[in-house]
Each structure stands twice: as C-alpha cells, then as structure tokens.
Write a protein that binds this ligand. Structure first.
Ligand code: NAD
Length: 258
C-alpha cells in the first residue's frame, strides 16, 4: 500500500507483544491502518502468523516473530529482526500479559505468581534492555505499556495480577522521567475489563449474561471494554502529534476509576 502522509503512523515501525490476540491484535490492525509497519510478537505462532499474513495480504508490511517476552534471547532477536527487516524501530507496545483466575489470594501458587510477574513485569525490563539502546541512537522512541484499571482500582480475587499492573504503571512513569532527556517517551494504557479471551479469567465465573451484567454494572458508561477502545488510545499515544505526552497512564475504562 503506498504511503499516505495523512496517516498518523506513516513511516513508523512498531513491535506489538502479545500481538496475536485480543488488544494486541487490534493494536496491530489499527497501527497498520495508520501506515505503520508491524512486527507481531507472540508465543502463539498459529495466530501470530495468521495475523501477519492477513496484514500483508491487505497491503500492510508486517511480519510475525515468535517471542516469549520473559526470555532475553527472544527479545534481543525480536529487536534485531525488526531492525534487519525495517531498518528502524519507533514504537514498542508491551502488551503481552497473563493473569491468575479470580480467586482468593492464598489459592494462587508460587509458580503461577512468578510466571505472572515474569510476563507482566520482567518483560518491561527486557524490553528496555533491548529497545532503549536503539531509541537512544535514534534520539527518539515510544514505549506504550498495557497496564490495567487493576493498578488503580483493584478488584478482589485478582491481588497478584493487580500488583503486577501496579508495577507496570510505576515503571512506566519512572521510565518516562528517566528517558525524557533523550527524547524517549513512555506511556501506559489502563483498560477496564474487556471482551477478550482473558475475560473469564478476570471474572472467575462462567461467561453468562448474568455474570457479564454484574461487571458491566461497575462501569459507568454501561458496557465492557472493546479491543478497539484500547487500539484507538494506542494510536493516539503513538502518534508523533503526541510528542509532548509522556508518563501518562491513560484509563480507557468507561469511567470505572472515577
Ligand atoms: N481483557 C481485559 O479485560 C484486560 C483489562 C485490562 C488489561 N488487560 C491487559 O491487556 C493485555 C492484553 O490482554 P488481552 O485481554 O488482549 O489478552 P489475550 O489473552 O487475548 O492476549 C494476550 C496475548 O499475549 C500472549 N502472551 C502471553 N504470554 C506471552 C509471553 N510470555 N510472550 C509473548 N506473548 C505472550 C498470548 O499468546 C496472547 O496472544 C494484557 O497485558 C492484559 O493484562 C486486559
């Protein structure tokens, strides 16, 4: 597809972790529609390759890179492959995330706790290790970290997940203030509970209309989140027109955190 200068992310190269499903998939689609070149990074090879092929077939340059965000070798190869293919990296979306099922805090085992913090928090460290040198050399770059309203207004039964997202919010602000002198921005998006494959994990109950209604009742705008809500916010934060916005943790939550 030819470059269209009215596209908000024309000429930009973006990596989206957890890009094969849910919010990540929609962020890939929205970024591509705005002219970005996309690297879908995920452990789900089947869905990731399918999305990259669909974007490419629609005329958007895209590739899939099998990446476990908890492994430094994978993250290093991800960034190296991106540079080799597209010659630059402008936007790093740290979206991959997992949760334990909604349950009493002491029912969550140590191994599951460790995995949640590796995927949701250590991934930000590895992302910084491999992306900051590239952003430094370019004197610009943009991190978008997917936090959660869980970091601001925690629900019971999700204690350890809530804590991991609290870390995402604070790390985002710390990165923003430390990297600002080098022209590198870091922002977060805090989505409310949304209709993605993670929904039943967060609800801790069957996905029935009655259970959905219970969660919807906690959201003033009266519906669950949608992946497009998050993708639209990500485009806004990635847009070079947002060059003066850093350290923001933007609730995309229908008013849940009021
Ligand atoms: N869905 C919600 O209600 C909700 C609300 C607030 C925040 N979030 C956050 O949004 C992000 C995306 O969640 P989603 O709802 O789209 O879930 P999802 O399960 O649809 O997508 C998550 C993706 O991350 C990938 N992934 C998991 N572990 C990985 C790893 N180690 N390395 C690479 N990829 C990995 C999965 O394969 C999947 O494709 C997560 O960080 C989640 O915590 C979700």
């Amino acid at each position: 597809m030819p470059t269209n200068s009215s596209q908000r992310l024309a000429q930009q190269v973006a990596i989206v972790t957890g890009g094969a499903s849910g919010f990540g998939e929609e962020i890939c689609r929205a970024f591509a529609a705005e002219g970005a070149q996309i690297v879908v990074a995920d452990i789900n090879t089947v869905l990731g390759e399918k999305l990259a092929a669909a974007l490419t077939a629609a005329g958007h340059p895209a590739l899939f890179h099998r990446t476990d965000v908890t492994r430094t070798a994978d993250m290093g190869q991800l960034v190296a492959t991106t540079l080799a293919r597209f010659g630059r990296l402008d936007i790093m979306v740290n979206n991959a995330g997992i949760s334990h099922a909604n349950q009493p805090m002491l029912n969550v085992g140590e191994a599951e706790f460790d995995r949640i913090f590796q995927v949701n928090v250590k991934s930000l460290y590895l992302s910084a290790v491999h992306c900051v040198p590239v952003f430094r050399a370019q004197k610009r770059g943009c991190f978008i970290n997917i936090g959660s309203t869980a970091a601001v207004r925690p629900r019971p039964g999700l204690t350890w997940y809530n804590g991991s997202k609290g870390a995402v919010v604070l790390i985002t602000k710390s990165m923003a203030v430390e990297l600002a002198p080098e022209g590198i921005r870091a922002n977060a998006i805090n989505p409310a509970i949304a209709d993605t494959p993670l929904l039943t994990t967060f609800m801790g109950t069957a996905d029935t209309p009655a259970n959905r209604a219970r969660f919807t009742a906690s959201i003033p705008l009266g519906r669950l989140g949608r992946a497009t809500d998050v993708a639209n916010a990500a485009v806004f934060l990635a847009d070079p027109a947002s060059e003066f916005i850093t350290g923001v943790c933007l609730e995309v939550d229908g008013g849940r955190c009021i």
